[in-house]
Design a protein around this ligand. Sequence first.
Ligand code: NAP
Length: 341
Amino acid sequence: MSGGETVLVTGGSGYIGGWCVASLLQRGYVVRTTVRDLAKEAAVRASLAKLVDPGNRLSFHAANLTSDDGWDAAVEGCDYVLHVASPLGVSDPKDPNDLIVPAREGAKRAIAAAVKAKVKRVVMTSSVAATNRGELGSDWTADETVWTDPAMPKLSVYAKSKTLAERAAWDLIHTSSGHTTLATVNPALVLGPVTSDDFSESVQVVERLLSGRVPGLPRLGFNVVDVRDVADLHIRAMTDEKAAGERFIAAGNYAWMADIAELLRARLGAGAAKVPTRKVPDFVIRLAGLFDKDLGSVTPGLGHRHDFSHDKAERILGWKPRPLEETILDCANSLIATGAV
Ligand code: NAP
């Protein structure tokens, strides 16, 4: 428990940010959160109310990753910062800077404000997109020693934005003379319960299967990690002395799309009536990838297992991901409960 320490979570309106806010409140911390627009406060409070009663321990500050305004005031007096906010982008935007600039410059703004306010530690949400070996046509496992090459062919703009943002964060900490330390949490595909129908793009993997919006199952797989475990790892990385200066991959079990579909069909009954059973042959996806840029970027990895190891988080911080089944089923049931599918 916290002893009343104050934590700023950037992006409390987001999926991971919201669960970080809830987990901190459950553990007794005083929590501030930034949102781009204070008009979101009521909706965020309504979502959080399903998980915890914040009492008077939660407050909201306006701050945008693309502007200097509001960051110093949000961080002033905080013991820790969890810098979670960053734009997601499954599809590449026309202008890569639409993702890269807010991710990288926003990280610099949040961390510079934290250093100035002398917070003890910043934990930044990076991604396994920043720990990618890049050998798309083979199987591999990556750990925290791997850094994505931002010049890699076929790298998504999102992966580039996360890599450049994390690099900028480490550069800033290494060149600052303050006593603030940095740790990063690098999640794989984040799933688990949603508390509103405004959910992260990652949850679309389950939402599209349930709503039958994917015609078949390509030979694609992911390390899945539960949003509750991601929030827990942020807090462990925030409070454990050994986490200073370290990256931690947050990845759970590996699952192919077909495994996730099978689990939904086996356990959800009528709720999974639209989940496809048909496997799509690789050549069909490759053909479609000639016309669809987003598909084109995944075709070289079809059938290959790109795994991310969470050994370091387990060894140093005692973190353990929960079983895949619990994450997928809680995700699916919450999507059904919120009316999203
Ligand atoms: P999300 O639900 O879309 O949340 C993104 C958050 O970032 C929202 O609070 C959003 O605020 C905020 N944001 C975006 N652009 C902003 C800007 N210009 N200024 C201020 N805030 C801005 O996504 P998420 O899944 O929770 O992702 C949170 C973090 O986890 C990101 O850093 C993401 O890269 C990382 N991550 C996610 C996954 C995953 O599978 N979901 C995996 C690895 C890493 P608004 O509500 O105003 O849009």
